[in-house]
Design a protein around this ligand. Sequence first.
Ligand SMILES: NC(=O)c1ccc[n+]([C@@H]2O[C@H](COP(=O)([O-])OP(=O)(O)OC[C@H]3O[C@@H](n4cnc5c(N)ncnc54)[C@H](O)[C@@H]3O)[C@@H](O)[C@H]2O)c1
Length: 395
Amino acid sequence: MAPKTVSVAVIGAGMAGRTHANAWRQVGTVFGTEGVPNVRLAAICDAYLPFAESAAKSYGYERATADWHDIVAADDIDIVSIVVANRLHREIAEALVKAGKHVLCEKPLTDNLDDAKAMAEIEAGADVVTGIGFGYRRHPSIAEIAKLADEGSLGQVMQFEGRYWCDYGADPDVPIAWRYKGPMGSGALGDVGSHITDVAEFICGPIKAVNGGTFATVIDKRPPAVEGVSGGRGATTGAEATETVENDDIAKFNIIFESGAIGSIGVSRVAFGLPNSLQFDVFGTKGRASFDLARSGEITLDDTNSPVGLRGPKQVLSGPDFPYYKGGSSMDFSGVGNTQIEQFTYQCRAFLDSVIGLDEGLPPVPSWAHGYRAMRIADAVARSAADGGATVEID
Ligand SMILES: NC(=O)c1ccc[n+]([C@@H]2O[C@H](COP(=O)([O-])OP(=O)(O)OC[C@H]3O[C@@H](n4cnc5c(N)ncnc54)[C@H](O)[C@@H]3O)[C@@H](O)[C@H]2O)c1
């Protein structure tokens, strides 16, 4: 029988940590209440205590701590979201799993392949629920396009063209942060490229190989960070730029799917004027579907259903027939739309369902093994780039 209460903690109270904190707070407000336990908001941790304290206050968590070991040691916590720098994921995840906690870890799984492999192995030997936060799978408009592709409404899918262009690093005065450290491929590719690549596989199936891997680091030095920088956005120090940027500002590569479809992906963190531009087009033999995060509440469809002469791209508003939409908000009718924020809530609900064994038809959160596979794709892009754009198979 499902427990009456489950207790949750969030490690990391930066940009995405606050979004997890909010999602756990909302998790019982969507898709009905039957079989859903009380979710107790137990603790928020951030190494910079003022962030933990303000997030705990804003989102109604009972306590705040600066040391993640407190969360590991706490015997009143069942589920933990890890939402800190990628290089910290493995150590924290390992300790939490050992302590018997269910762990939802943010993407990318880590910042290097060895740690990602280790996490997949930890998962295989664990008797707790583990998952990775590829939350765009829960965006109603993206999930609808995946459904259209899967049911054959677009015909045979032939091409996927995706981009995730952001400008959080466009200003050279934005200080150094964890996002700018690590091997090539752990920059824009790991940060936002992991999302759009996962969306590509979600819609078109497994990627078999990549080629044309290319990286660019446009701003190679940044000023030092002030205490408690979050999200890598906006904060400037005015100090001289002395810290070295180690990884990619821009990444581009081609993809070859197992199905025979092909495509390309381009990602950036220095795309001037585009704070958060995830866009893609999927072309099939009988139709085309497109999505733009800036127009989150709609998809663009072009197919053979309209009479010849009246064909062309049409705007389809997201609505209750799209996945996650019905019951997914307090205003679940067409035209209201959803944002990136709600997909975190749906993700937490799916994770909660797995923890308590409740089947509400929500697809489970992807595993750490899947996260390891995603890291192998990123590694293949890096190897392609290092070898002049050579084709590299995903092993
Ligand atoms: N799924 C998504 O849409 C999405 C969006 C943004 C970020 N992310 C992921 O979330 C993670 C965090 O990203 P972010 O943008 O929130 O970063 P961030 O820099 O805004 O926040 C990270 C926080 O971790 C804290 N921190 C640093 N070391 C710590 C430690 N040892 N213990 C506890 N806290 C510590 C920092 O003080 C900071 O507040 C990354 O893995 C990132 O890839 C996912």
